[in-house]
Structures are given as C-alpha cells and as structure tokens.
Ligand binder design. Sequence first.
Ligand SMILES: C=CC1=C(C)c2cc3[nH]c(cc4nc(cc5[nH]c(cc1n2)c(C)c5CCC(=O)O)C(CCC(=O)O)=C4C)c(C)c3C=C
Ligand SMILES: [Fe+2]
Ligand SMILES: [Fe+2]
Length: 349
Amino acid sequence: MNTPKVKKGILLVNLGTPDSPATPDVRKYLREFLMDKRVIDIPFISRWMLVNLIIAPFRAPKSAKTYQELWEDRGSPLMFYGTDVQAALQQSLGEDYVVALGMRYQNPSIQVALEELRKNDVGEILVIPLFPQYASATTGSVADKVMEIVKDWQVIPTIKFVEQFLEEELFIATIKERALPLMEQTDYDHFLFSYHGVPERQIHKASNGGYCKLNDKCCATYNKKNKYCYRAQCYQTSRLIAAALGIPEEKYTVAFQSRLGKDPWIQPYADELLKQLPAMGHKKVLAFSPSFIADCLETTIEVGDEFKEEFMEAGGEQWDLVESLNNHPLWVECLKQIVLKNQSDLVNA
Ligand SMILES: C=CC1=C(C)c2cc3[nH]c(cc4nc(cc5[nH]c(cc1n2)c(C)c5CCC(=O)O)C(CCC(=O)O)=C4C)c(C)c3C=C
Ligand SMILES: [Fe+2]
Ligand SMILES: [Fe+2]
C-alpha cells in the first residue's frame, strides 16, 4: 500500500503594504511596521511615542496620497505580484509542495499563511523572505515573527530560513533581462544602484565584534566574515549585476535611499548623490532598485518619479528605472532553484 506523500511547505514572505490607499489603512500599516523593534530599534516607550504621536499621524495622509498614485486596478504591485509569483511557483513545483504567501505587516498575515501550511500537514517549511540582502529589519524580522508563531504549535515542523539570495545566478539574470531592452535603446552614460537604506547603528549591531567599519574599503570586501553586513551585500549585488551587463566600475554608483529620522543612515544618500551626477557629465542615467523584488512605493514613486524630477531639475537629460523582478518567469525559476537547493531528503525518504 502506498502511503500518501507528506507535502513540503514553502512560505514566501514580503514586507507588506496597506490594505487600501486610504489614510486609515495607511496609518494602520505604518503603525504595525514602525512599531517593529527591528525596524525602529529604540526602547519601546520612545518608539511608541515617535510612531503614534509623530510619524503615523503626520506621515499617513501624505503617504496615502502617494499610495493612491501607486495603486493599480489590481491593487498594490507589491501585493499582486506576490500573488502571481506564489501561483506560478505552486504550478511549477507541483503537488508535492504547498506554496503560501504571507506579509510581515498587514495582510495576508504570516499567521494566516502558516495556518494554511499547517492545514495541509506539511512536514517541513522553507521560509523565503523576499529580500535579496539580509537586514535585521527585513529578513531578521520575518524569522522573528515565524518563530514567535510556531513556538505555540503542538508539533513544530522542521523549519529552514533562506537568509539571502543576492548571489543566485537567476536573480542576477532576471535583472539583466529587465535592463537589456532599455540599454539596447539608450546609450546611458551612468548607472545608479539605489538600495533601501538602514540606520548605521543597525549595521554596527549586526556586525559581531564590529568588523564592519562602514567605509568603502570594508564594504567592498564581501566574504564569509562580513556576509551579513547589509551594505557589503548591496555592493556585492551591484558588482554582480554590473559584471552581467558589462558595466565597468567607473560607470556606476551605489547609493541608499528612504532615510527616516535624524540618525545617520548608511551612505551615500541617493537623493543627494543623484543631484551631483549631471555636473559630473552623467546626463543619461539608468537606475536599478535591487533591494526590492517587486515594484512598490520605494521603486516606482521614489526612484521612478521623485528621483527623476530631482535629476532633471539638476540638469539631467534622461532618467529611466529598471522594472523590478515582479512576475518574470525567470524570477519564478530562480525561486524554484532556491527551493530545490534547500530541500531536505527527510520528509519523503
Ligand atoms: C528592501 C528592504 C527594506 C529595508 C531594509 C527597509 C528598512 C526600513 N524601512 C523603513 C521605513 C519605511 N519603509 C517604507 C516602505 C517600504 N520599505 C520597504 C523595504 C525595506 N525597508 C518596501 C518594500 C516598502 C514599500 C512598501 C509598499 O507598500 O510599497 C515606508 C512606508 C512608505 C512611506 O510612508 O513612505 C516606511 C516609513 C525603516 C525605518 C527601515 C529601517 C531599517
Ligand atoms: Fe522601508
Ligand atoms: Fe561592511
């Protein structure tokens, strides 16, 4: 008699987005997001006052307007591309797997996604936080939440976490596929890799023993020792994309965007740097956003619209943004390869 196969669970997790672009939903999203101790890593009382008395009330109406610009018929791109990729990965992996999608903040929650896997009696779970580079505020926070939930289960399944995937061949290949049509059309004189920033303090905390000096010499070396320095991972991602596209070192710059608050964040700051480019003779620029796997507020609006406006005002002539991986079939194949590399033989042995 054939015993039924135990399925393997795949949990894809992205950051999350508001349920709608209306101010109350944006406020709710910002509150949950920014009250995460790994995102604003200050003592609880100070964080609570900052988020609930200052950031959420003042930022929510402003952010809601921006979300209204971003919103499409299918909703927030971060959400609907997530659903597309979940369905395509499920189709590609077949019935031995159950692929669930959860969002770290708001909906569908990680709790709901994990319940779906539990309902399907999966014997093991591979968690893939959808962030190419490891940061405590993103990948770390996803792991934190998953463990907080499963710790209360009667049967805790085998759980494995993917920490980063910036070196995955198909991740780089998908970005190349996205950029090539633009590069064939325009002879860009410079390339900007703009990554989401984090406070400098978070890099220091992550670098046990303080190996990260947060300078270019330190972060230009990417090896086992500083593998978890988020800034070093961003430089490494840029090197890999540049090599795949044949972009020489002097033709690209790495920068960090979306600083929040007054504390120092990792530098150079993208919004300051891009204004200097035209004066340096870099008038046609192609921007990449390789810390995001799906288009979102930070790519489409910040890099695609706001940075473009600032660049043009500073004397630039052309500014284009490379589309995120979104629902590209090669990206789905990349996720499949990540799954296959990480699957254990335990369950169906
Ligand atoms: C790519 C990884 C991300 C890191 C690292 C990260 C850190 C981080 N973010 C904030 C504050 C905000 N981020 C916001 C939006 C946002 N952030 C990421 C990703 C990372 N954040 C994404 C994908 C998005 C877009 C979500 C969407 O719905 O499109 C926002 C909200 C937007 C706004 O109101 O402007 C804030 C605020 C901090 C403090 C932080 C610290 C480590
Ligand atoms: Fe963010
Ligand atoms: Fe470093």
